[in-house]
Structures are given as C-alpha cells and as structure tokens.
Design a protein around this ligand. Structure first.
Ligand SMILES: [Zn+2]
Length: 101
C-alpha cells in the first residue's frame, strides 16, 4: 500500500489493548502484550514508510485516544472519567524531512 504513494493520510486504528484492559486490567500480561503488538505494528509502519518514502517528506504519529486505570469497583480497566489518568496521554511521532541540497 505505501509503495503506491497514492495516500495523503493513512489512519490505522487498533482496538486490542482497549478490549483487553476492560476484560482484565490495564497492566495485565494480556494487556501489556496487546500494547506491545500495537507498538510492533507502528514500528513496521515506520520501517515501511522509511523504505518506500525515502527522499520524501512524511510524518507518522502514534495517538492513544485516552488513558487507562484500574476501576476499584470492578477490578478491571476503565477510562471513562474526566480525570488525569483517563485524559492525560502521551503521543509519539516521527517526521522525515530529507535534505533538499
Ligand atoms: Zn474502552
């Protein structure tokens, strides 16, 4: 897909971590493994972009849409409140600006 160079924007949504944290806890072995798979997929996307878009200007961002916390009432993961644990999240990005000289 990236090699065709026909896209201005590609959005890849991953749901596994969210599903897993609700079923288990935010830091369960299963949930952490899901996060690791999301990171691995993002890493493959960056590697592929670097390969096919070499010499072009591009950017990629990893944007979690919410945080996560342990809900004491259920003993499972949750993220539905307007509190720092649910709302303050980190984003990661990579940009490529090849030299024009
Ligand atoms: Zn959720």
């Amino acid at each position: 897909m990236l090699h065709s160079n026909k896209h201005d924007l590609i959005v890849a949504y991953q749901q596994e971590y969210d599903d897993t944290l609700h079923r288990t806890t935010p830091f369960s072995t299963e949930a952490v493994a899901a996060v690791e798979r999301h990171i691995a997929a993002f890493d493959r996307l960056l590697e592929t972009a670097g390969k096919y878009w070499s010499g072009k200007r591009w950017g990629a961002v990893f944007l979690p849409d919410h945080g996560a916390r342990l809900d004491a009432a259920t003993g499972k993961g949750e993220h539905s409140l307007d509190i720092p644990e649910d709302m303050e999240i980190k984003h990661f990005w990579r940009f490529s600006f090849p030299s024009t000289t």
